[in-house]
Design a protein around this ligand. Sequence first.
Ligand SMILES: Cc1ncc(COP(=O)(O)O)c(C=O)c1O
Length: 427
Amino acid sequence: MSENEVEVPEIREEVSEKEAKVSEIRDQVPEKSLERKEVDFMIYLDHAATSFPKPPAVIEAVTDALTNTAANPGRGSYALARQADTVVDRTRQAVKTFFSMPPSGHVLFFPHATGALNQVIKGFPFEPGDHVITTSLEHNAVRRPLGFLEADGMISVSKVPWQETTDAILEKVEDALRLHTKMLIVTHGSNVTGDIWPIQALGELAEAHGICFVVDASQTAGFLSINMETAGMDFLVAPGHKGLLGPQGTGILLAKSDAYDLLPQQHGGTGDSSESMGLPQEWPGRFESGTMNVAGIAGLYAGLKVLQEHGLDELQREKQTLTTQCVEGLRAMNHVTVYGHRSEQIALPVVLFSIADVDAQEAAMILDQSYEIAVRAGLHCAPDAHKWAKTPAGGGLRASFGWSTSKDDIEALLKAVSDIIQAYHGA
Ligand SMILES: Cc1ncc(COP(=O)(O)O)c(C=O)c1O
């Protein structure tokens, strides 16, 4: 091997061998994912994308619904359809309780947070010339619908850059206000840097200026306790499949009331008013055309119960300990840059880092193929956040932790990163 060549443990194995191994592993998933302890074939550190594995209670609830109750809710008067109604209704109720919603509130189900965000952004009763304030850390699920309306000439958008203190953030938002500002839409916690925006203070500011306040809680729901009643927000969005521990195919839009006349983004069968061309007026049915994901919603209900039983505060403490372990471990290494986590303030269990002169995709591939550690490389659907963080051109490596992550998992990641540095930099 020449001096300039890099030796990485096991990376030179035959691709076909790896594929065979991956397919062998995949065959084992249904049995093994019942218990976290048995999922010993890989270390999953991509909880910011979706939580995996799901808790056994969630898997059982989905299986039970698919076996016993997943008829078409809101459509039939027969017993099974009524049972499906019950599954959906009790989950709406559990969501309301979980987020301390006011009695006037509505819970709308969507297939993902993106669907819920599109509904509230593109369905908002904007008028040409309206203005929206958002942040420099938004996911494309906010950035693109806003960009779509902006390109259409409907709205203009101002992006407030991240600041270290609440006062500085409020000042920037105040500076961005215009006569026709109608909406302030903010990601509660960044899926890239882990930074958390002060939604309580922002809600008060929005209320004082009579602006609609929308919070994308995709990363914080299930991590931080969120009180819709006191946090002054008009709409809250969350995926069911990340921190809330439900299955993929679930997302929710919480509306404080029906004060904003949202335009439904889907038109179709709702099970009632079938003779009319128009959608029913009532919320939530007005926004939920099409057959609902009863099994997914049953799983989401189970996910919420798991969180309540374990206790959100306790879970948050556990994840913070792991995050600190990871950040400190990485910061102690030469050739590693950790983004965000600059202050003592609470941050999400999301750690973005890069290794000098190592392409993020290549490092993620090595972590996967040689160490069976799953992390996410690239721009994480949030290019503005990467620009803000000043990551290298190919983005960074993101390790994100969830209910099933252990101290040993973090140690394994740190060891693997240290090996990669050794291989590339020799120190
Ligand atoms: C901050 C943020 N918003 C929105 C989304 C979109 O969520 P979903 O994939 O459920 O549409 C994500 C997903 O990663 C996210 O991190």
